[in-house]
Design a protein around this ligand. Sequence first.
Ligand SMILES: [Zn+2]
Ligand SMILES: [Zn+2]
Length: 442
Amino acid sequence: MAFQRSSLLLRKAISSSRTAAALYSPYSSLLYSSSNYSDWTRSYSSSESSDTEGTTVTAAGYHVNNAPSYMRGAVFWEPNKPLTFEDFQMPRPKANEILIKTKACGVCHSDLHVIKGELPFASPCVVGHEITGEVVEHGKLTDSKIIQSLPIGSQVIGAFIMPCGSCFYCSKGQDDLCESFFEYNRAKGTLYDGETRLFLRNGGKPVYMYSMGGLAEYCVVPAHGLAVLPNTLPYTESAILGCAVFTAYGAMAHAAQVRPGDAIAVIGVGGVGSSCLQIARAFGASEIIAVDVQDEKLQKAKLFGATHAINALKEDAVTKIKEITGGRGVDIAVEALGRAQTFSQCVQSVRDGGKAVMIGLTLSGAKGEVDINHLVRRQIKVIGSYGGRARQDLPKLIKLAERGIFNLEAAVSRKCKFEDVGEAYKDLDKGNIVGRAVVEIM
Ligand SMILES: [Zn+2]
Ligand SMILES: [Zn+2]
């Protein structure tokens, strides 16, 4: 019964997406247009070739007779080559997984690290890991409690760390350390049975998934990585709850354990750093110091709760932070850039007994320096933090956003169309995105 209903709704969802699909052309267009990539004109899937004898696939025939059906996704092939749009077989969820019609996906530095080859990842793959969407199908044999809590048609938000719900760490509530997520998704680009859900339409070549592979019209997400998005919150802006805000919340709630009255410095106030400012404000921090090298970002930081702004090109950040805090340093400093120099600055900015929280990813294998005696004698805590705990944190983040305590509208500085996603990553790379860009998919 439930299965029949979900299949029906899936068909409905697919047919309603035809209109959107009809707006796109051509299927395998290049996402980057830079001359550096001008030699990159080949389409890996043969979606431009004939579907049936001599008939080129047209937009109107994108989803053929409702089933079998296809979708479009943006594929990363190899470092520093443009993403290409490819046709995929409609992905199928397995037990306790959910097929989502993707509405929006955020543009994050982690994807950029993969695209630039700085973080090794299985390829070809679909990047994008900060999504909102609509539930269109449950995998067969999915737990009835999951079906009840995330029924067909629900609006949902997906966290980039998708906990399996049953490993050693998940059973302790530390979803952010989920063994299945790291062993399968981060290490191999698959879901937790060791297989991807993405296959090219022509030839069936498997394509790996960075988290859920959010830069596609549909994606499969393990159910524990999802939470219901109330209809008072918009699809586009709410996408950032799944990585930028999720990461900021994890850093402030679990790693730093911020208390009201704490003095906090955030080094690097882009998408994640500026979310840290807002979460610090929500938790009652007294001094909130934003550090960056761009005046535009520092200006905007004040909207997010920063009480002080330091341009590290014009002033010495550590000296200035000490000055603001009566010579002691902050209770908590957060590094949101992922550079060796700012790693050291972060450690030097905290008071005795303070916490230096690192959330910026960097080149694979990069090292940071710490003054050992200072760390020992002054009881400095250097803490790594990656994402948040989906099952416990997502519902709290959603409440903060719903009540306006976290301002989503201000945090999203750019909205772009799916076909412009390549441009968005290029602008992110140049530091031209003040805040967060979100791709609207359907
Ligand atoms: Zn991210
Ligand atoms: Zn787990």
